[in-house]
Write a protein that binds this ligand. Sequence first.
Ligand SMILES: [Zn+2]
Length: 431
Amino acid sequence: MTKIAHRAISVLLIALLIVAGLTVYVMRWLDRGREWAGAFSTVNSMSTGSLTDRDGRLLASYDSAGVHYNSDYETRLACYHITGDFWNRSGTGALSTFWNTLQGYSWVTGTARGRTADLALTVDSELCKLAYESLGGRKGAVLLSNYKTGEILALVSTPAVDPADADAVPQEGAYINRCLSATFTPGSVFKLLTAAAAIESVPGMDTRSFLCEGKYVIAGVEIKCTGTHYEQNFEEALANSCNSAFAQIAVKVGQNSMAEHARAYGFLDTHSLDGIPTAAGRYPTEFVGDPELAWSGIGQSTDLVNPYQMLRFVSAIANNGFLVEPHLLETRVDGSGTQLMLASTAQRLASMMSYNVFSHYGRQNFPALNIAAKTGTAELGDGTTHAWFVGFLADESHPYAFVVLVERGGGGLVNAGPIANTILQAAVRDA
Ligand SMILES: [Zn+2]
């Protein structure tokens, strides 16, 4: 009996070892299978692949001799968060996301098929480089897209990494894609959402007036304004970016409706940019009371916005409320999307954003551009502010939407505005 019992235990142990070994193998295969296949294909099967921008400029490629990137240092940095690298360090780059397509890797057969795969992206690497230079070493995010086709023309996040330098010690946070993977306090650019919610849920917004005496006191809590704007209508309130007015407007809209609109406009959810997941934003959905609701309506409180969400939002405003879902792959230009808001809401907001520039931001700061925009200077509680400038060109031939964020960059108009102007001028000139 003892002998049989010992044998049974031995067999059981062997079986367990086999199961454990198989489990480890399968898990590693799922995790690293494409790397194994990649190593095989680049070394043995002579597969080649390339990633290019919209004009055929090289972003990255690989062949039997190894991996290659664009020869220009600044272009490599500017495009890092689009391209990624062959080590999958950034997580959001095209090399990681579209690796299976580039490689021909299959989960079933494992190895690549030994073919040439060339993938063209919608981005313009020259515009990316310009945006990178305009950020001038500051941390930030720049997004530019065509709101009629959904093509992303520029997607730049700084600081960045040189993918060609495998031993580089990057700046802290350089692997974070600030356009897609991070969220920021929105400040006054969030007033666009509050305005849209008000247009859709508060009757007669255009006949109402809002008093600003330099502050607004609600339930004993004082909300300071950046100026004293006295009696003003809805349009003036947005152009003044009046905190007193928008605190009142958010309370009129009500927290439930504010949260519903934030969700409907895509600010609470993650999105997929051709398979690259983007960060979800935040708006208070648990009951907070009027003072906090007022703060949330002016983009403070616990509000957090991801720059890509803001790009979707302003793209819809520019395009009569219809959002053509943005994308990075040239092959995905199909114009599909969703009606994010009523066409009448979008048209009203668009006209208010044009008025912002005309009456307050200075048309001379954006020569020859028919620009509609909103500034944001988001307070962070430590005395610093994020500089935002978001909007679009009301121009059939140049239908561009943009989001510029300079992290802890000071005032929105002065610091983010010129970056928007620089890349829009170049995009219009080169179109
Ligand atoms: Zn005011």
